[in-house]
Ligand binder design. Sequence first.
Ligand SMILES: [Zn+2]
Length: 187
Amino acid sequence: MDKPAPHPRFRGRPPRSALQLTEQEIRQSYWRYSNAHIFPQKALRADVSVQRYAVFPRPYYVDMLKTCVECSRAFIFYAREQHYWYETLGFYIDVDCVRCVECRRKQRAAKRHMERYAELQARDSLSRKEMMHFVDDCIFLFQQGQLKNLSHLGSIKNAALQQIPDYAGTKTLQLLLQSARTIGEIS
Ligand SMILES: [Zn+2]
């Protein structure tokens, strides 16, 4: 298996406390650990009093090797990260981490672009700054395959050429549309 994708925040930090637990003790402590790839030497004790759970809490956090559902790379869901998820952020204890940190970041960025695009799209007029944001969102969503209507994008490009012709994003959008249309003609 490839080397797991790095995590900028949690990699390489020493464990908060050194727990003397056997692998079996950890595996038996929580259902998800029973057949997961875990690193038992790095377990942390959890504060179950602040966890959100229905029946069974998670008494320990342990580094787990996982495969990202998006990019299929291996990554580690760190014990310290679990502590943060389940005690600071208050995530429900059975919520699992299925994406590597890079894919999680991309997913959040996509959500932000989509929300802002939808908001700006609904306005009657946009300031120069808003128009720049709108063009950025269109470029991002188009490249992600979430915006596909070329004539809709074409009219946004024309509005951008009117209002912010000197903005680099306007040129980018124009070039993207040109190449998309060229590909459309060839195929
Ligand atoms: Zn990934």
